[in-house]
Ligand binder design. Structure first.
Ligand SMILES: [Fe+2]
Length: 368
């Protein structure tokens, strides 16, 4: 086991992607490793082209698949607008501000404007200009952007295609505006459960429209989100104090950010050493493709983790549940012991029921 962010995977030895060349050309810090402990304080640097401070995240397991990009907006300022040809998800790390959206067909003055604050989640639709303003007079604002630009740039290796493209979106500004209204619940009859759709979610730490998520254990709940008119989506899990979820694995590229709570996650490749990812509000990490990962709550309150992505083709859920998830009755005894040790350090004891470790059919009562 290692407590560092330095572990290497085979993916570190893959060939460079076109996206990597573009990312490095920005000349701003690139944060690597398995995790970043606090997005509010990571180093950013001046990005001349965008005329603002920024940094990239390329965590182990994101390479060639998903983009993480942080921008900082100075107090009271508006940063230079730009257009981008693919959907871009934005999570507000901290700050109070507004975004103006428009297309070549409309104008900036007839675009759609919406305001946001800490922990809002929204998606900028493809082919729109976007302009971010910080409405606070003294505090900087930070935004985390998430997209599938590495995949897109491997298909079309031309940055101008994505940032200097005259194509007009079919979406009219009134449709854009309506997608930024209240999110709507949609029932998926194939899956037999609902998801939420829209382009704006005001506060992921306060979002309370959750449904039971009993299958993954721990007595938690979940919301699934599909952004309007997009195949991009996300989900957020909430799980109570004193417990942990079952280990599971899936496809690549998810970026997990913590809206609230304290705890840690374990990441490991089957048969490999376990990596401990300590987390708190605004930590971020990525489970590499096919690695087991497992989330543990060490706080006094429910914890929340927001998993950005994936595109449907990166789900990686084809594997049977019996091998992609580890039931508590099958897990390495060390998992439980380590959790109990960590709880003791913060003066707490486990609330995992003994029966969960002996009865394969044990079902938690929902507590969060
Ligand atoms: Fe996962």
């Amino acid at each position: 086991m290692t407590d560092t962010a330095e572990s290497k995977t085979e993916s570190d030895n893959r060939e460079r992607y076109y996206y990597d060349t573009w990312m490095e050309s920005a000349g701003v810090p690139i944060h690597r490793g398995h995790f970043v402990s606090d997005l509010r304080t990571i180093e950013v640097g001046y990005w001349e082209e965008r005329e603002c401070n920024a940094a990239f995240l390329q965590l182990i397991g994101q390479q060639g698949v998903s983009e993480g990009r942080v921008i900082e907006i100075p107090p009271g300022e508006t940063v230079k607008s730009y257009k981008m040809a693919i959907d871009d998800v934005v999570y507000v790390i901290s700050g109070t501000g507004s975004t103006r959206l428009w297309s070549d067909e409309s104008s900036s003055s007839s675009g759609h404007v919406f305001e946001w604050h800490d922990r809002a989640l929204f998606q900028i639709p493809a082919n729109h200009y976007r302009e971010f303003s910080n409405l606070h007079p003294t505090q900087p604002a930070r935004l985390l952007h998430y997209s599938y630009m590495p995949v897109a740039m491997s298909v079309i290796p031309d940055a101008d295609f994505f940032f200097n493209n005259p194509f007009n979106p079919e979406l009219k500004m009134d449709e854009v505006a309506s997608n930024f209204g209240d999110a709507k619940e949609v029932y998926n009859s194939v899956q037999g459960r609902s998801y939420w759709t829209g382009n704006f979610f005001p506060d992921m730490a306060a979002w309370d429209k959750l449904r039971d998520h009993g299958g993954r254990g721990g007595g938690g709940s979940v919301v699934k989100i599909r952004f309007a008119g997009s195949q991009m989506g996300t989900h957020m899990s909430v799980f109570p104090n004193g417990v942990y979820k079952k280990a599971h694995r899936h496809g690549p590229g998810r970026l997990i950010v913590i809206p609230s709570g304290e705890g840690y996650s374990l990441l490991w490749k089957e048969g490999g050493e376990k990596v401990v990812i300590p987390w708190q509000q605004d930590s971020v990490f990525t489970p590499p493709e096919g690695w087991f990962h497992q989330h543990f709550n060490l706080g006094a309150n429910p914890a929340r983790y927001l998993a950005l992505g994936p595109l449907p083709q990166f789900g990686g859920h084809e594997e049977d549940i019996s091998t992609r998830e580890i039931a508590y009755v099958r897990e390495d005894r060390w998992i439980r012991e380590y959790f109990e040790e960590q709880l003791a350090k913060v003066g707490q004891t486990t609330l995992m029921p003994e029966e969960a470790y002996t009865n394969p059919s044990y079902s938690f009562k929902r507590r969060a």
